[in-house]
Design a protein around this ligand. Structure first.
Ligand code: AMP
Ligand code: MG
Length: 346
C-alpha cells in the first residue's frame, strides 16, 4: 500500500490532515501521528481488528501490550479502574503530568480488548500533549492505542521521515508534525499501596524523571530488566534487546574499555563531544555525532538521541560506540536504552 505523508504546518493543511487521520481511524485503519515523545502508530483501541493491524505493521509480538492514549481525563473511567488505596496518588500524578509523557498502569475495564493489553489485567494509559495528536483524539473521541511507529525492536522514530524509513508501504498515512519535543518514549509507572507512602515502580524510564516521581511516593526501580520471551508478563516489552540499530552498538563505561580492531570501522555517539572526556581520540572514527554539544544537557541529548542513533546506523560501519551519560534525570532512560541496544554485542 502507498504511504502518504501529510504536512500540518499551515492551518488548512492541518485541518485536512486531521480529517484524513480521523477518517482512516474510524474505518479501522492505522495512522502514524506525532506525539511529544516519539511518533506513534495509532489505531482505535476499542477495535481489535484495527489494533491487530498495528501489530502486523510493526511485526510486534502479541505478548507486548500497547499504550492507550485518551482524548481527555473523563475517558479514563471508561478504560480503567483507579483502586481506592492509590486513588489520591494517581490523582496527584494526573493533575501534575497529564497531558504529558507519563503512562500509568491501572486495572483495565472489560471494554479494552485483550489484544491491546496482551491479555494482562492492567492497561497502560496516558494523555498526549501534542497539539496534532490531541486534535485527532478529540475528533475521534475514542481511546487510541499507539505504540512507537517503528518495526519491533528497532529505533523509535522522532520525525515523519524516520517513520517512513520504518513503515513505508505498510501503513496508509503519516501526519508530519516535525520533530518530537522530548524524543524519548513516555515514562511508565505502576503505583502500589504502601505505608507511610505509596510505592511507585518505574517500569520504563523516560522524560518524567525518578527525581520528579519521588515526590509522589517511595520509588522502586524495576530490577529485572531482562525478559526474553512470553514469560514477559511482569514487564512486557522490556526485552533485553530493544531500540537497537542494525549496526552493532557498544556502550562503554570508560575510554580504556575500547581497543579498536585493525581494519574495522567505527562511529562514535558522543554525549557532549568534550575532548577531556577521553573518547574523541580513541581511534580514527569514521563519524562522530554529538548528542548535546558543550556542557552535555540531558534533555537536549534526549531530543537528538534516536535521530543520532538512526544516522549512525546508516553509515555501514562495523560498530557504533556510545559514550556513557550521567545517570540521572533523562540520562536514566537513555542509559537504559543504550544498554538494551548494546545487548546484541555484549
Ligand atoms: P510503546 O511501544 O511505547 O507503546 O510501549 C508499550 C510498552 O508499555 C510495552 O512494551 C510495555 O513495556 C508497556 N506496557 C503497556 N501495557 C502494559 C501493561 N498492561 N503492563 C505492563 N506494561 C505495559
Ligand atoms: Mg516502542
Amino acid at each position: 500500500m502507498p504511504t502518504t505523508i501529510l504536512p500540518t504546518d499551515q492551518p488548512p493543511l492541518l485541518h485536512h490532515a486531521v480529517e484524513e487521520a480521523v477518517r482512516l481511524l474510524q474505518a479501522g485503519e492505522v495512522v502514524a501521528l506525532p506525539t511529544e515523545t516519539v511518533y506513534g502508530l495509532a489505531a482505535d483501541a476499542l477495535n481489535p481488528a484495527a489494533v491487530a493491524k498495528v501489530f502486523e505493521a510493526k511485526e510486534r509480538p502479541s505478548f507486548d501490550p500497547l499504550i492507550v492514549h485518551l482524548p481527555d481525563r473523563k475517558m479514563l473511567e471508561t478504560v480503567a479502574d483507579i483502586p481506592e488505596d492509590v486513588h489520591k496518588t494517581i490523582m496527584r500524578l494526573i493533575e501534575r503530568y497529564w497531558p504529558g509523557p507519563l503512562t500509568l498502569l491501572l486495572p483495565k475495564k472489560a471494554c479494552v480488548p485483550d489484544i491491546v493489553t496482551a491479555g494482562l489485567p492492567t492497561v497502560a494509559v496516558r494523555i498526549s500533549s501534542h497539539p496534532i495528536f490531541k486534535r485527532v483524539a478529540t475528533a475521534l473521541n475514542k481511546p487510541i492505542a499507539a505504540p512507537s511507529a517503528n518495526r519491533f525492536g528497532a529505533i523509535s522514530p522522532t520525525s515523519a521521515n524516520a517513520v517512513l524509513a520504518e513503515l513505508d508501504g505498510r501503513i496508509p498515512l503519516i501526519l508530519d508534525g516535525g520533530a518530537c519535543l522530548h524524543g524519548l518514549e513516555s515514562t511508565i509507572i505502576k503505583v502500589e499501596p504502601g505505608s507511610p507512602k505509596n510505592m511507585i515502580t518505574i517500569v520504563r524510564p523516560g522524560p518524567i524523571t525518578p527525581e520528579e516521581l519521588k515526590l509522589y511516593g517511595r520509588l522502586q526501580r524495576m530490577t529485572r530488566n531482562v525478559v526474553d520471551d512470553a514469560t514477559a508478563s511482569e514487564a512486557p516489552g522490556q526485552l533485553a534487546s530493544h531500540y537497537a540499530p542494525r549496526t552493532p552498538l557498544r556502550l562503554l563505561s570508560k575510554p580504556s574499555d575500547f581497543i579498536p580492531v585493525e581494519g574495522k570501522t567505527y562511529a562514535l555517539m558522543s554525549y557532549r563531544g568534550e575532548e577531556k572526556d577521553g573518547y574523541l581520540d580513541l581511534t580514527d572514527w569514521k563519524e562522530i555525532m554529538i548528542l548535546s554539544p558543550g556542557n552535555g544537557k540531558l534533555p537536549e541529548a534526549a531530543v537528538r538521541f534516536f535521530y543520532v542513533m538512526r544516522e549512525l546506523d546508516k553509515l555501514g560501519v562495523d560498530e557504533i560506540i556510545a559514550e556513557p551519560m550521567l545517570e540521572h534525570g533523562m540520562g536514566v532512560a537513555m542509559m537504559d536504552k543504550l544498554r538494551r541496544a548494546s545487548t546484541r554485542t555484549a
